[in-house]
Design a protein around this ligand. Structure first.
Ligand SMILES: Cc1cc2nc3c(=O)[nH]c(=O)nc-3n(C[C@H](O)[C@H](O)[C@H](O)COP(=O)(O)O)c2cc1C
Length: 202
């Protein structure tokens, strides 16, 4: 599909049919997320892919009863990593040391560790969740290019989602919940503000 058509045709699906996503396409959608850009290349995310119906049903009440979560073929929960950026973590240094030549890593580590250390826990959460949203967008747009529908969702109670997934809130937060599958109704016409209202050329 032409990219502009993909952008026009993706929509936030509110209900899904029983059709399942093939393993091949599911792997591609996950890869679209994994290949996304991130600040300092630190990939502050984890993708939890829920296919199990019992778990999907448990997620519905954690998402304000939004039924598309229970109907989707897969629900991907993008978690933002807290433990790798917690005080005292050596994750940044370890990653830079593994990826960069020794002299460059040596120069960069103190600067960027300082950047992290200057943020409090809530600022780090904002920083990492913003990046998870880039992965989310790539996954949803990429999915549509394969004919797969999705719904971006921030309508959830974070602690409840973590409880269903049995994840420690000290280690991860929840950036977005995304049901993926095949919509059981066609999309609706796009409603967007006109270019003149949202774009400024200088
Ligand atoms: C951050 C974010 C959170 C959203 N949360 C929900 C949600 O909880 N439930 C839902 O049905 N749609 C949710 N949406 C979908 C938006 O309502 C939808 O994307 C918007 O109205 C534009 O419509 P379109 O995506 O169909 O083009 C969310 C979208 C974004 C980007």
């Amino acid at each position: 599909m032409d990219f502009m058509n993909v952008m026009n045709e993706r929509f936030a699906a509110k209900s899904f049919s029983d059709e399942k996503i093939s393993k091949e396409n599911l792997d591609k959608v996950i890869e679209f997320g994994r290949l996304s850009p991130s600040s300092l290349g630190l990939e502050p995310w984890k993708f939890v892919v829920v296919s199990n119906q019992e778990l999907k049903d448990k997620l519905v009440p954690a998402c304000f009863g939004q039924t598309q979560v229970g109907q989707a073929s897969e629900v991907v929960i993008i978690l933002n990593n807290r433990k790798n950026f917690a005080e005292g973590s050596t994750f940044l240094a370890d990653t830079f040391n593994a990826r960069l030549p020794e002299d460059i890593a040596k120069k960069m580590i103190p600067t960027y560790q300082g950047f992290l250390d200057n943020m409090d826990v809530s600022q780090k959460d904002d920083w990492s969740k913003r990046q998870c949203f880039i992965a989310a967008a790539n996954m949803m747009t990429g999915a549509k290019s394969l004919g797969i529908d999705s719904c971006p969702m921030e309508g959830f109670v974070e602690d409840k989602v973590l409880e269903v997934l049995d994840v420690d809130s000290k280690e991860f937060g929840v950036a977005m919940v995304i049901p993926f599958g095949f919509a059981d109704k066609p999309g609706y016409p796009k409603t967007r503000f006109p270019v003149e209202q949202v774009v400024e050329f200088k």
